[in-house]
Design a binder for this molecule. Sequence first.
Ligand SMILES: [Zn+2]
Length: 281
Amino acid sequence: MPELPEVEITVRRLDAALSEARVESALAPGMNVMKTFEPALEALAGRTITGLRRIGKMPVVEFGDLALLIHLMSAGRIRVFDKRAGSKDRASRVLVRLENGRELRLREFGTKQRAWAKLLPTDDVANDEAVARLGPEAWPAPPLEHFAELIDQPRHLHPLLRHQGDIAGIGRSWVDEILWEAKLSPFKQGSELSEKEVERLHTALHVLGDAIEHYETEIGEQLPDKIPMPLKVHKREGAPCPRCGTTIEAVYFSEHQTNYCPKEQTDGRVLKDRRLSRLLK
Ligand SMILES: [Zn+2]
């Protein structure tokens, strides 16, 4: 799933490519993708794209006083194409047809239809329930004092950092990188952290900014479908830790996994595999 750095580079590239592009028509081939009905997508015809930006993990496409707020969920992607999607393109969810045959396309891969979009007055975006419930952006990092308050909860760091209502932009990939950078266990609770550990975790958020810088140099004008992420520990089980050489371990959950360096993050302990322990019950 695209997280803060991937969505950031996506909106930067699309903003550069689409600024002032005129909309010919807009439609939603994806059933149930539009969560709003008024104004209708047709209201975009004749408008120009005035900018793209990001809120948490959500791209926002602005057309003057109307904005399309998009939630990519796990398999949604937005890209611009030089040609229009064929009517049989099953991945198409929202198509914004532009002048010169170009098309801004929200697509979703896989069988599930979860990605959604809302067409709203631009002024109402901040008050939309999906936006209003978000915590502060993870990058640039909130002030240390504010971060210390929001992390002071009796919950494991792994779900806590991914909970968009507490801090926005971090998902299953970057949470592993941030915790590894901070040398903290994913199963340590936020309220258990010492002052030093909170500082370390706060500082570790720079990996998000580093990733954006990496993408700025690595990704050209054309966005690939799958942005190659510069991950050091996530999904690297069995590989040596890039810092100390210890074998990276994994804990598997039903829909995701977390990776960590046992030497540096869990005092040498290899954590129980939750998938395995459930099967053995
Ligand atoms: Zn290590």
